[in-house]
Design a protein around this ligand. Structure first.
Ligand code: ZN
Length: 398
């Protein structure tokens, strides 16, 4: 009987275990968006300060949207190491280019037979080079990009012009996207940025806020080393759980007490695409330390003192013990704090740059926003999906 009680108790504990939330944790994203407001000066500060609660609360909307659409998850990362040992030298910075470089092409005839269209033979060998002339890029955005949101990318045989020599019986071309699944963060961000610029141009305050909150999230993610690798949760090095350890557990334990969040003023960013690639590269440079330090520690630290059970919101949570977390945090020597500081300044800088690129519209007069239309429904839908759903695409914690 005693044994049975023990087993039942054990099961209760195990079943009620909840993993720590994803991506800087909700705690981190909210804090970063909130503090970014204080990097702004007199032109923008009043507008952002007025809406600081919105920017804080909605800092995690993009994570919630991962439950609604499979196209969301890939915006939060790029597994840049999937693309070789020196990926920053070889991965194209233009999305259309990267997409085509990795894609597979098939011709489908009216009997639905498919023929693989190989590079050099069917696919013009100047295919990739032609990006310099921009003509293929134009075709990409005209025919392919829109089709990416369908289940399959199917275009007309002649859509890509001379770049693809199609067999006589070609009815349609099927393109398989081998690129996006490894993440598109640095490609997606500049496009999202231009939406923010146009929201400023239109002085559409609601849109400015929605996009500002979202873009803050993506920039936050870009500052996390584990958002730049295929080994995003330590699953390839027997360190499962390190994702939430680094970006949720550590800030939750140490940020409020120990971190200095005076990060200085936001600065204008002249080339957002170039800049976000640099952010990714800086994050990726820290990856070895993130993994190696934890690996070394886990091998030298008593194994029964690494994980603890904690009570949180009436639930038992299995998480890294405080002392173990502290040891890792000490070894990282301020890394998490610096990445948070950089993220805060970066977000303020992106907001400021979008406003400048939009011609510095006066936003002091558009403070009041009517939130009473459809937004509440959309938000409810998001919450419902988030609470009861399963992430479509990658879940960093599992
Ligand atoms: Zn995210």
């Amino acid at each position: 009987m005693k044994q049975l009680v023990k087993i039942v108790l054990f099961l209760v504990v195990v079943l009620s275990i909840q993993l720590v939330s994803p991506d800087w944790g909700f705690y981190g994203h909210r804090k970063i968006n909130r503090l970014a407001v204080f990097t702004l000066d007199k032109d923008l500060f009043p507008f952002y300060k007025y809406h600081i609660e919105y920017l804080t609360a909605h800092a995690v909307d993009p994570d919630k949207r991962r439950y609604a659409t499979k196209h969301e998850a890939v915006r939060h990362y790029i597994d840049v190491d999937h693309w070789g040992d020196k990926p920053f030298e070889t991965v194209p910075r233009e999305y259309a280019h990267a997409f085509f470089k990795e894609a597979s092409f098939y011709s489908i005839n009216s009997n639905l037979d498919t023929t693989s269209l190989s590079f050099g033979h069917y696919v013009n060998e100047n295919f990739i080079k032609s990006f310099e002339a921009d003509s293929l890029k134009t075709l990409f955005y005209k025919y392919v990009d829109r089709a990416r949101y369908e289940d399959e990318i199917i275009i007309d045989c002649n859509s890509l012009g001379d770049f693809i020599v199609t067999p006589e019986d070609c009815d349609k071309i099927l393109i398989v996207d081998n690129f996006s699944g490894y993440g598109i963060l640095p490609y997606f961000l500049p496009r999202y940025y231009s939406k923010l610029v146009s929201a400023f141009e239109k002085k559409d305050s609601k849109r400015i806020l929605q996009l500002s909150a979202d873009i803050g999230h993506y920039i936050g993610d870009a500052h996390v080393p584990l958002h730049t690798t295929e080994n995003y949760n330590g699953q390839l090095t027997d360190q499962v759980g390190i994702h939430a350890f680094w970006e949720s557990r550590l800030p939750e334990l140490f940020a409020d007490e120990q971190y200095d969040f005076f990060v200085g003023r936001a600065e204008y960013i002249p080339d957002v695409s170039k800049w976000i690639w640099k952010v990714i590269e800086d994050s990726h440079d820290l990856l070895d330390e993130v993994l190696d330090f934890e690996k070394g520690l886990s091998e030298s630290y008593p194994s029964d003192q690494q994980f603890c059970f904690e009570e949180r919101l009436e639930r038992t949570v299995r998480t890294q013990c405080e002392a173990y977390s502290e040891a890792y945090h000490t070894k990282l020597d301020g890394m998490v704090e610096r990445r948070m500081q950089d993220a805060i300044k970066a977000i303020g800088s992106i907001w400021l740059s979008a406003w400048i690129d939009a011609g510095q519209p006066d936003v002091k007069k558009i403070l009041d926003i009517d939130w009473t239309d459809t937004d509440e429904e959309v938000q409810k839908e998001l919450e419902a999906l988030f609470n009861g759903g399963k992430i479509k695409g990658r879940d960093h914690d599992n």
